[in-house]
Design a protein around this ligand. Structure first.
Ligand code: GLA
Length: 391
């Protein structure tokens, strides 16, 4: 989204803020993301390669003299209140958990916050695997820190937002979504090493596009399946340790080592682990081939990633399998896979620029024909991470 396009929601949110709270806010922005490759590898200390979207969450904020947080969501048309001096221990299964959880964790990290009035707006599709939660957490953190006169340190803040989701919301997510929302770079995907928390930019070739297709099947993260996958990976590490020595995470296991220890694992745990160790290798292969301009090889890694999520990690669903497999057969599409936590949501395809319109039409028509449902298809132009929206 260009600055001019962004100025429309920025003005709307600033006007809403002024009419509710009677003063002018500063407006923070944090994007959603599409993950090019590297699914469920983040909480295994592995590699991921997401890009920040133009879709973003805006939080308008101004400090208060007391320690109250008043939050109004334009998206939900609901208001919530919170006292920084007597915070509830846990979330209450509400959108405001993401804002208040971040406030609690920022304070726990030693950052003293001022009370604030806040207005939230988003155009990140909700529940579609495009990280609407992380966009809300990171934009709220940026707004709360800015209103308190404190610096926004991108990686440290991403970790605090992840803690908020782990401990306050109760979803044991990894660091990927918050990291790329805080640190994204325009025109680039980010190769993130989720152990060292270092990242490098991976340019998206100007003649290639990331085409995202939303199946509009809503995922249910907190629904236990995500946490169950994480537990299977932890179980794998526990059972592999006697064989492989002091491994800390599946990041430390190669596909060959896993195969050699197959008999140490129950079949299901073996398949869950196989997804992770092969996916880590695919992320590095995708980075290498993207940099080398070998898009066909990058696409093959994406296709293999999809098959691994479908067969070994079992986190896809028929609608998303359909969209990925349809895309894989379209001329000018190098590769296609589900993106995000799973059980619905979106696919991402690497597409030759000239083939984008045809591919988009084929996906929309094919999906309507097969499922009678609408797929929302858009091109991702990787945007920058969190920051203040210029006036
Ligand atoms: C969700 C989580 C991330 C990551 C992905 C799967 O988006 O928030 O931490 O685990 O699922 O790759």
């Amino acid at each position: 989204m260009t600055t001019t396009e962004m100025s429309v929601p920025r003005r709307r949110i600033a006007d809403e803020f002024a009419s509710r709270f009677g003063r002018a806010p500063r407006v923070s922005r944090a994007p959603g993301r599409v993950n090019v490759i590297g699914e469920h590898t983040d909480y295994n200390d592995g590699f991921v390669m997401p890009a920040a979207l133009e879709f973003a969450t805006l939080v308008a904020a101004a400090p208060r003299a007391d320690r109250r947080l008043n939050v109004y969501s334009m998206t939900m048309d609901e208001a919530r209140e919170f006292d920084l001096d007597s915070p509830p221990e846990r979330g209450r299964h509400d959108w405001s958990d993401y804002v208040f959880g971040v406030a609690v964790m920022l304070e726990r990290s030693g950052r003293r916050l001022k009370g604030a009035d806040l207005v939230v707006w988003t155009d990140v599709p909700l529940g579609s695997g495009l990280s609407s939660s992380a966009a809300l957490e990171v934009s709220a953190a940026h707004a709360l820190l800015t209103a308190s006169g404190a610096p926004f340190e991108p990686v440290a803040t991403a970790k605090i937002c992840q803690e908020a989701e782990n401990e306050y919301v109760g979803m044991r997510c990894g660091i990927m979504d918050q990291y790329v929302s805080a640190c994204g770079a325009a025109g680039n995907a980010l190769l993130i090493d989720c152990r060292s928390l270092e990242s490098r930019n991976v340019p998206i070739d100007p003649n290639r596009r990331l085409l995202v297709a939303n199946s509009n099947v809503k995922h249910q993260h907190a629904g236990g399946e995500y946490n169950a996958r994480r537990e299977a990976c932890e179980e794998g590490v526990r059972l592999l340790k006697p064989r492989l020595g002091p491994i800390k995470a599946l990041r430390d296991v190669t596909p060959a080592e896993l195969d050699a220890s197959r008999d140490a694992l129950p079949e299901l745990v073996y398949r869950r682990c196989r997804h992770i160790v092969t996916e880590n290798a695919r992320v590095l292969e995708a980075e290498r081939t993207l940099r080398a301009g070998d898009f066909a090889a990058c696409g093959q890694a994406m296709n293999a990633s999809h098959a691994s999520m479908r067969d070994d990690f079992e986190i896809t669903c028929p609608e998303v399998d359909f969209l990925a497999e349809l895309a894989q057969g379209i001329e000018g599409v190098y590769g296609s896979r589900m993106t995000g936590g799973g059980f619905g949501g979106c696919t991402v395809s690497l597409v030759e620029a000239a083939a984008v319109d045809r591919a988009a039409r084929t996906l929309v028509d094919g999906y309507r024909g097969a499922y009678g449902r609408v797929a929302d298809v858009f091109v991702c132009s990787p945007s920058a991470g969190a920051g203040l929206v210029p006036l």
